[in-house]
Design a protein around this ligand. Structure first.
Ligand SMILES: [Zn+2]
Length: 321
């Protein structure tokens, strides 16, 4: 599927070189706090000796999406990045500011709507610029890790750009429980990379500000499957094959038709029959009980765990195969 032949070269980030068989921690300075404290983005580079792809593994583009940070971090601790071929560039936490302020954004701006960025723009725009110019120019493809926002939990899923065959191939190798093609969003990271012909797949698992062991494990397994396929890590590393991914072709949000207390009756990721009761919305005095039903056969791909809902709030992201 990847027609180009991968070479392995010296990687240069922020003027620092990482030779073949070397690994290095490079800190990219991006800003100073009003107190004068320097803010840096740590980037780990593991460069193998033999030829192979250069892969970006990125967590925390959204600062509060902690599962993405944890799974990339855990692979660092587990020494998963013993790279024999090609190179892995690891950014465990891109949005340091959002992480510190428990926010998806960076100073009120979404980095993932600030690409390709400018050198002298807002902090989010500068962050996007550095990522594109210091790192992306080195990579062949990447995995961007995310988690559900606003108290919605995403069942582990891999998303790829529909019109990008290479991305679809990578998503299939990753083999998350759910997979689907999704549209490119203007000014997003994936869109900026697509324009440079660099496939990026997006892994989503769990919810923001809450660690989710299944989401972390599925993310690690999928990443290792890709590294193993390209012979970047030792062939003896064992990775569970996982069940065959369910390919979702259509998606829609099921929203609250009334306000009230939401009682969830199905599990995230569950296979659902048309008309099945997914939950109830009740008023606080026990007078009304509104059943939320499945509009068709399908799967729960994301669920709202927040119990107080207003009319129109999203309750389920629903997918059909
Ligand atoms: Zn995100």
């Amino acid at each position: 599927m990847f027609e180009k032949e991968f070479k392995n070269e010296i990687v240069e980030i922020r003027g620092q070189k990482v030779g073949l068989g070397e690994s290095k921690l490079i800190k990219i300075p991006v800003d100073r706090l009003p107190t004068g404290t320097l803010i840096e983005i740590p980037v780990y580079v593991f460069n193998g000796k033999k030829a192979g792809p250069t892969v970006l593994l990125q967590g925390g583009l959204h600062g509060d999406e902690v599962n993405s940070v944890e799974l990339v971090r855990r692979m660092l601790i587990d020494k998963s990045y013993k790279i024999e071929r090609g190179c892995v560039i690891v950014v465990p936490l891109l949005n340091v500011f959002g992480f510190l302020s428990l926010s998806r954004d960076m100073h009120g701006k979404d980095v993932n709507r600030s690409f390709p960025g400018t050198k002298a723009g807002s902090l989010a725009s500068r962050m996007a610029y550095y990522l594109m110019h210091e790192i992306i120019d080195n990579v062949d493809f990447g995995i961007d890790f995310h988690t559900g926002g606003a108290q919605r939990n995403n069942f582990p899923q891999i998303r790829f750009t529909q019109e990008d065959k290479q991305a679809k191939f990578l998503a299939t190798l990753f083999n998350a429980p759910l997979m689907f093609g999704s549209k490119l969003i203007p000014k997003s990271f994936r869109n900026a990379c697509f324009k440079k012909n660099i496939p990026i797949i997006v892994y989503e698992g769990g919810e923001s500000l809450r660690l989710d062991e299944k989401a972390i494990q599925e993310g690690i397994n999928g990443t290792l499957r890709i590294l193993k396929y390209f012979k970047m890590i030792n062939a003896s590393v064992e990775i569970s094959k996982g069940k065959e991914a369910i390919i979702i072709t259509k998606r829609k949000w099921i929203r609250a038709k009334v306000a009230g207390l939401f009682n969830l009756k199905v599990k995230n990721g569950a296979k659902i029959k048309k008309g099945q009761i997914l939950g109830f919305i009740m008023d606080t005095y026990g007078e009304t009980k509104f059943a939320v039903k499945a509009p068709q056969d399908g799967y729960i791909i994301s669920v709202n765990y927040f119990p107080i809902v207003n009319m129109g709030d999203p309750l389920f992201h629903f997918g059909s195969a």
